[in-house]
Design a protein around this ligand. Structure first.
Ligand code: DGL
Length: 271
């Protein structure tokens, strides 16, 4: 039976809006509840235990909002929970498994690069998923710590030499290793895709985990007859801190305007 309950999406902050953008593109009729933990961002430099604790609180908030499934849009959270059994009362989707699958189908020379936050790269979660699918693939990784602050600052142009220099410095070793496919393993990285393409060259396939995940969620909803059939999805936004830069950052990441006064603040520690 069609199900109009919302899809729940959470992230360490606003970066997950790039994943929401892909969900909206593919499933415009789905209602969505988005939670961004803007009061505790970034997660990418924190320890496993703290990231896991925060993720459980974020998920609980979404469960309390009667969602039909939960998406961890955050690459960092996904890298910690990708191998854990789902103990939630609703289906759970993370961004590692589907990105790994898409990269394995895309590579021709069996050399895949992965970039993400420090926590994501040190978890080796992409590597494990890729090798489970094809043990002959070589995986090359690099944490790209400055990508997130550059994106949040709006420094994203491929014509800006500062941005180009910063991105080249991180990606040059991956380019030298000859990868033909690169997983953009963090919510913010698709925003830098023009710069990344300029550095890596047109022959390298860039994998946007949000795109891979949206396809999987669409399949799941259709196969289980859980899609919403109403006209246009309704979106609700919650954050743990309403910051002054919210509107500008949200607009850049989602690609459409989110009205500041419609965003609700929640005390995530009291959930
Ligand atoms: N959302 C995070 C990720 O995708 C990036 C920001 C952070 O470090 O929290 O890994």
């Amino acid at each position: 039976m069609p199900d109009k309950r919302p899809i729940g999406i959470f992230d360490s902050g606003l970066g997950g809006l790039t994943v929401m953008k892909e969900i909206v593109k593919l499933m415009p009729k789905e209602n969505i509840v988005y939670f961004g933990d803007t009061g505790r961002v970034p997660y990418g430099t924190r320890s496993r235990d703290i990231i896991h604790k925060y993720a459980l609180q974020d998920e609980k908030f979404l469960i309390n909002n009667d969602v039909k499934l939960i998406i961890a849009a955050c690459g960092t959270v996904s890298s910690i929970v990708a191998d854990l059994p789902n103990t939630l009362p609703v289906p759970f989707f993370e961004v590692i498994s589907y990105a790994a699958k898409m990269a394995v189908s895309a590579t021709r020379n069996k050399k895949i690069g992965v970039i993400g936050t420090s926590a994501t790269i040190s978890s080796e979660s992409h590597k494990k998923k890729i090798l489970e699918l094809d043990s002959n693939i070589e995986v090359f990784t690099s944490p790209c710590t400055l990508f997130v602050p550059f994106v949040e600052e709006g420094w994203i142009s491929a014509d800006d030499n500062v941005v180009l220099g910063m991105v080249s410095r991180y990606l040059e070793p991956l380019k030298q290793s000859g990868v033909d496919t690169l997983i953009l393993g963090c919510t913010h990285y698709p925003i830098l895709c023009d710069v990344i393409r300029k550095v890596m060259g047109d022959d390298v396939t860039l994998i946007n985990p949000g795109e891979a995940l949206a396809l999987a969620v669409k399949d799941y909803l259709e196969n289980n007859d859980l899609s919403n059939v109403e006209q246009k999805g309704n979106y609700e936004f919650f954050v743990s801190d309403k910051t002054a830069t919210f509107e500008k950052t949200a607009h850049m990441l989602l690609g459409e305007k989110v009205e500041y006064n419609k965003v609700k603040q929640v005390d995530i520690d009291k959930i």
